[in-house]
Design a protein around this ligand. Sequence first.
Ligand code: CA
Length: 222
Amino acid sequence: MRLLLVEDNQRLAGLIQQVVEKAGHKADVVHNRQAALHAFSSFEYALLVLDRGLPDGDGISLLRQLRKRGVKQPCLMLTARDALRDRVDGLDAGADDYLTKPFANEELVARINALLRRPVELFDERLQRGNVSIELKSRRIEVDGTTLELSTSEFAALECLLRCSGRCSRQRLEDGIYGMDVAVTPNALDVLMYRLRKQLTKAGASIRIRSVRGFGYVLEEL
Ligand code: CA
């Protein structure tokens, strides 16, 4: 999934980006409020990771501003402070979870994955449609109990579709699969979806991917 990381400490931002990408997500990084607002109005993100102390203002007021604009995506707030008041303020402003620096990489990934699972199934570790399932923790795909090997972008596309209840706009898919700095040719997504569709058919999946003109892609059960 594609995340937005707002962190002014460039070294820490780079480290978090590496950890997040190793866990199979894409992370766009910005270093201040202004850039965060711009990114959020230009791209679709599945999650926001937000540092509290930013050079051009407080992360909490940025989150309030985003929530007012109707941004509903989950937010994990990072802070150097561990006071109860700070945690309460963050949650009041609309943060969904809170992590105090310094934190362990494993904990960061676990919390991000937990927040990303929320819209789909709160407690389940797996996404399923027909005879196709994705184990989120191990990032394993099975078709009828047999493991299916997919490329990173094919996996991201399928994960995106499953998370969006089987309906995804082109923009949402492109945002979920490619990073901000990657130039995507107009037919890259179609080529990718063609490959994914072939892989699923070959593996005997009971779902198929259909393209919807002017919208994007939908998953259908056969
Ligand atoms: Ca900071």
